[in-house]
Design a protein around this ligand. Structure first.
Ligand SMILES: Nc1ncnc2c1ncn2[C@@H]1O[C@H](COP(=O)(O)OP(=O)(O)OP(=O)(O)O)[C@@H](O)[C@H]1O
Length: 235
């Protein structure tokens, strides 16, 4: 087990977002977290990476927590970079910290088209370009656990496929991947476990294919449509 989350609770003022979340990320797995907007997915990521504190509950890590960022890489939704730096300077910083990237990462820089934006300031990047840079930086040091919050949101269709392929290969090398995603085709294509967050708890978990059989649905999108839409009362 890479990470085990037990009975996690978190409130913002009087808004209780997490009401007792239990979730495990198995070593070597690709695990997905799915939930509606505002359900608390990024909050869970922030608590795992210790940028937010839970009100109660426990997280067990299968590595030395004091060296968290040696073991994990995180791509955050809406990451901001230092305004003064050009892309090549940000990458140079990462090289200084982590050393020369290996051939696969060098290849990934090309796949993402980052070699074409090296001279741009990070503030001048488009949303998709920022997203690509943030994915690259999260994986640069080849962490055991890669956490990706909305991996392919904002990417063009061709790049989305390339990024998914890279993540699949990364996972196939035995690395653990945890993704937050709104794309059920992505979850089905990449992940062996999916957790569904609703009303502050994980209300269903399992292997995507097994869940289709269990719930008698064609695909996860149908499962989401049937189980995760808010009831709207028509007056
Ligand atoms: N710093 C904060 N202060 C107050 N409320 C917050 C804060 N951060 C998040 N929230 C609230 O907590 C809830 C969960 O937010 P979170 O960002 O974790 O959701 P999410 O599932 O990642 O959403 P999305 O799919 O839209 O990215 C939302 O109602 C949000 O408004």
């Amino acid at each position: 087990m890479m990470i085990e989350i037990q009975d996690l609770k978190k409130s913002y003022a009087n808004n209780q977002v997490l009401k007792g979340v239990n979730l495990t990320i198995e070593k070597g797995s690709c695990t997905a977290l799915v939930g509606n907007n505002g359900s608390g997915k990024s909050t869970i990521v922030d608590i795992i990476t210790k940028s937010k504190k839970a009100n109660s509950g426990q997280i067990n890590y299968d590595f030395d927590e004091q060296k968290l960022f040696e073991h994990i890489g995180v791509q955050l939704q809406n990451a901001d970079f230092d305004q003064r730096l050009k892309v090549k300077e940000i990458i140079r910083l990462w090289r200084d910290i982590y050393g020369e990237p290996d051939a696969e990462i060098a290849q990934f820089i090309k796949i993402l088209g980052i070699d074409e934006i090296m001279n741009q300031r990070s503030t001048k990047l488009s949303g998709g370009q920022k997203q690509k840079l943030s994915i690259l930086l999260s994986v640069f040091h080849q962490p055991e656990l890669l956490i990706l919050d909305e991996l392919t949101t904002g990417l063009d269709a061709a790049t989305r496929e390339d990024v998914r392929e890279f993540i699949r290969e990364y996972n196939n090398k035995g690395k653990t991947v945890f993704i937050v995603s709104h794309y059920m085709d992505e979850v089905e294509a990449l992940c062996d476990v999916v957790h569904f967050l609703k009303d502050g708890v994980i209300f269903e978990s399992g292997n995507p294919k097994a869940l289709l059989v269990k719930h008698d649905v064609k695909n996860l999108q149908e499962f989401v449509r049937k189980n995760m839409r808010k009831a709207v009362s028509h007056v």
